[in-house]
Design a protein around this ligand. Structure first.
Ligand SMILES: C[S@@+](CC[C@H](N)C(=O)[O-])C[C@H]1O[C@@H](n2cnc3c(N)ncnc32)[C@H](O)[C@@H]1O
Length: 229
């Protein structure tokens, strides 16, 4: 299986920050969700579930974070979406079929991924259904000196999908290398990320660079589509 690789370099401020990489949006656009029941793993505040609800028959979002789920429910009400439900459930442990109670056409995930969830998706999705996801790639924020715990490379992902009985239809890596004027500009652009990096020591790795010089930060996403035969 050939992995599609896409990379773009751009100075911060010269492009609109995308909701998702184009590669993921293209894969979503290529699917017909109109008659579909969709399960969104690690839905958080429901970003992907709420994006798909107007396009699908029914969407269920699950997450372990009750506060995030409340926000997702509020957003669904505000947008008048009555075909989306949010449940507290652990995607690593839940039986997806029991949760959804009707055949699942798509299991989707946006920046949530685990080996257990891949196995559960394979058991949960109907035959002929698909697992469609975007997750962090090991190159994500690689300049900070650490590979994210929840990141998956294309080789490992292909092995996991295949081992769980999926047929891989697409794997791609979308790399956006953003050039910031300096570290302060990076901190101002992504305050939450700045806070996170300060808390876990990654900011000091980045700070070893010239504080006033330009800084690169790579945003790398693995996108995949896998069919359950
Ligand atoms: C980076 S956020 C992504 C949220 C959302 N999918 C999005 O793209 O905006 C990861 C989410 O996964 C959730 N999560 C982490 N472990 C989980 C688990 N075992 N089961 C369900 N949700 C989980 C977190 O609570 C968080 O909301």
């Amino acid at each position: 299986m050939e992995t599609e690789l896409r990379e773009r370099h751009a100075p911060w401020g010269t492009f609109p920050w995308p909701e998702w990489p184009d590669m993921f949006l293209e894969r979503l656009a290529a699917e017909d969700f109109s008659d579909a029941t969709v399960l969104d793993l690690g839905t958080g505040e429901g970003r992907l579930a709420l994006y798909l609800a107007p396009r699908a028959t029914r969407v269920v979002g699950i997450d372990t974070d009750e506060v995030a789920l409340d926000s997702a429910r509020r957003l669904a009400r505000e947008r008048g979406l009555s075909n989306v439900n949010f449940f507290a459930a652990n995607a690593d442990e839940a039986n997806y079929r029991l949760l959804v109670r009707s055949p699942i056409d798509y299991v989707v995930a946006s920046y949530f991924m685990s080996e257990e969830a891949i196995a559960n998706a394979a058991k949960g999705v109907r035959s002929g259904g698909k697992f469609l996801f975007a997750c962090h790639h090991p190159d994500n924020w690689i300049e900070s000196g650490r590979v994210g715990r929840f990141s998956f490379g294309e080789g490992r992902m292909e092995v996991l999908l295949t081992a769980n009985g999926f047929r891989v239809e697409f794997l791609g890596v979308d790399r956006l290398v953003v050039v910031y004027e300096n570290l302060d500009a990076l901190a101002a652009a992504h305050p939450a990320l700045h806070e996170k990096f300060r808390g876990d020591g990654r900011w000091s790795v980045l700070s070893e660079r010239d504080r006033d010089g330009p800084v690169d930060l790579t945003w790398a996403t693995l996108v995949g589509v896998a069919l359950r035969p």
